[in-house]
Design a protein around this ligand. Structure first.
Ligand code: ADP
Length: 491
């Protein structure tokens, strides 16, 4: 591995966004540099759109919805197009994975895993399009009452930079499956696969204006989209403060929202667990994507008698972890940006200043470009449950170990943050598996497993500061539609 990266995908390209089925620059002509986190170098550019571009895209999506070629198309036909898009994802898998890795700095195998997940979303939602049924409701004599699931209309999708392709695919899959039209604003730090997906969607036979992608910053394009009166519903994945800003903007028009806002997800390890099986899963749950995962398992709560053993085994693995360029495919890549690296470094420095012990540190590959945004993984233990490190999301490869004495205390600790996204429970005791799974406040609970990111079939979303609404699985189709009740009086 040399100082220069071997990837050349998209080198020097001036990307266009996709509005109303056509490639378009921003109306102002302004552009944003696309930087590869692995070497901090700009290699391409995307349009820097603003309010006028959002107006244009929303108008296109409104027209596409109003002409009803999409919403009124038989569900079977919508499903077929989504399935076709999945096949195009498969056909273009290498290019999509290379684009995603270079744009985000993630190891290429993670880029490939993300492409597979994207394919699964289109298979799942393509198949689901004609399987969402309403109800008939027992009502008064002489009446028949039934429910229909109706699309909201134009849905805005605001996408983060950590899993751009996966998160775009779940929004596009569920949103289009129900007959909505879309305006998607990918993150300014990682927009390339969104642009490519909009091109593939045209190839798959989606009518013009059904799926629009507008690139630009959150402050300009994102804010204009969230508060646009021509938008009927907003779905967002990202940080809690941005989620609050988007909800406030959408509230001006009284629009519904789905919010997926991250977590401080616990894994609870009881002394009777299969520790050997658990350890690699515990490590992967924080290392995957450099810890830049909403559902990262960033706290491990360990029953006191097993604490030393689990801590020692985790430390042994952490010492061996290496961060490096995406195309070297090491344990982890660079963080997304210099800004994100500063955020993570500040939280780590604060924990160290507070006297929290570093049990182990990984390394940065000696030949990784110094201009890349690398951060070596850190294992902290035993962490004070009230500290920032135990309470707040780091969004980096930083793991906090805590100890507990009783099952009751484990549940209390698991539920002691403002978040509630996912959780892991490790124990061989069947009754305890059920008790703990029921009492932990989280949108997903895994027993003797941890499914960060995996499983397009599994409803996903949070409690509390982790957000509200559900993505993935059939549940996402309910969020992406509204119930209409129809009552017939036939005497
Ligand atoms: P980060 O702060 O790490 O960039 P965010 O959660 O702010 O993470 O970003 C996620 C997405 O939200 C990106 O697409 C970003 O452009 C967008 N965004 C940021 N601020 C706003 C805002 N005020 N209104 C709408 N979208 C925003």
């Amino acid at each position: 591995m040399g100082a220069h990266l071997s990837t050349t995908v998209a080198e020097g390209r001036a990307f266009m966004q996709l509005v109303d089925g056509k490639a378009a620059d921003s109306l102002s002509g302004e552009r944003i540099d696309v930087v590869c986190p692995s070497d901090g170098r700009s290699f391409a550019s995307i349009p820097a759109s603003g309010k006028a571009d959002i107006d244009r895209a929303v108008a296109a999506a409104r027209t596409a919805f109003a002409t009803a070629s999409w919403a009124r198309m038989p569900a079977l036909e919508r499903g077929r197009r989504l399935t076709r898009l999945g096949l195009l994802v498969e056909k273009n898998a290498s290019e999509l994975a290379a684009l995603e890795s270079r744009d985000t700095g993630k190891p290429v195998r993670q880029g490939r895993a993300d492409v597979n997940a994207s394919l699964r979303y289109f298979e799942f939602y393509g198949g689901a399009a004609d399987k969402i049924h309403g109800d008939t409701i027992p009502f008064l004599d002489g009446y028949t009452a039934l429910t229909l699931r109706e699309p909201h209309g134009v849905v805005a999708g605001i996408i983060p930079w950590n899993y751009p392709l996966q998160i775009l695919s779940r929004v596009v899959g569920a949103g289009l499956s129900m007959g909505n039209t879309l305006v998607v604003k990918p993150a300014e730090d990682a927009s390339l696969t969104a642009i490519r997906m909009a091109e593939l969607a045209l190839e798959a036979g989606f009518p013009e204006g059904v799926f629009n992608v507008v690139t630009g910053t959150g402050r300009e394009a994102g804010a204009a989209l969230a508060g646009h009166p021509g938008i009927d519903y907003v779905t967002f994945t990202g940080s809690p403060p941005t989620g609050t800003a988007i909800q406030q903007a959408a509230a001006v028009n009284n629009r519904g929202v789905t919010m997926e806002l991250g977590g401080k997800s616990p894994q609870i390890v009881f002394a009777d667990a299969d520790i050997e099986k658990a350890v690699p899963v515990l490590v992967n749950a924080i290392i995957q994507n450099g810890g830049q995962t909403c559902s990262a398992g960033s706290r491990i709560l360990i029953e006191r008698p097993a604490y030393e053993e689990v801590a020692a085994r985790l430390a042994e693995r952490f010492e061996k972890l290496v961060a490096g360029p995406h195309d070297a495919d090491l344990d982890l890549g660079a963080l997304i940006s210099a800004r994100q690296k500063v955020r993570v470094a500040q939280m780590v420095a604060e924990a160290e200043r507070a006297g929290t012990k570093v049990l182990a540190r990984g390394a940065i590959h000696s030949e990784a470009p110094a201009s890349g945004h690398y951060f070596a993984p850190v294992l902290f233990g035993e962490v004070n449950p009230e500290s920032h490190l135990a309470q707040d999301e780091v969004f980096g490869p930083v793991l906090a170990l805590l100890a507990f004495e009783t099952e009751e205390q484990a549940i209390e600790l698991a539920n002691s943050t403002d978040y509630g996204l996912i959780a892991g429970v490790w124990t061989r005791d069947g009754a305890r598996q059920h008790r703990v799974a029921k009492r932990v406040r989280a949108g997903q609970v895994f027993v003797n497993a941890y499914g960060a990111g995996g499983g397009v079939e599994l409803p996903f979303g949070g409690f509390g500061k982790s957000g509200h609404g559900r993505e993935k699985g059939f549940e996402a189709l309910y969020d992406m539609s509204a119930t209409k009740t129809v009552v017939f009086n036939h005497g």
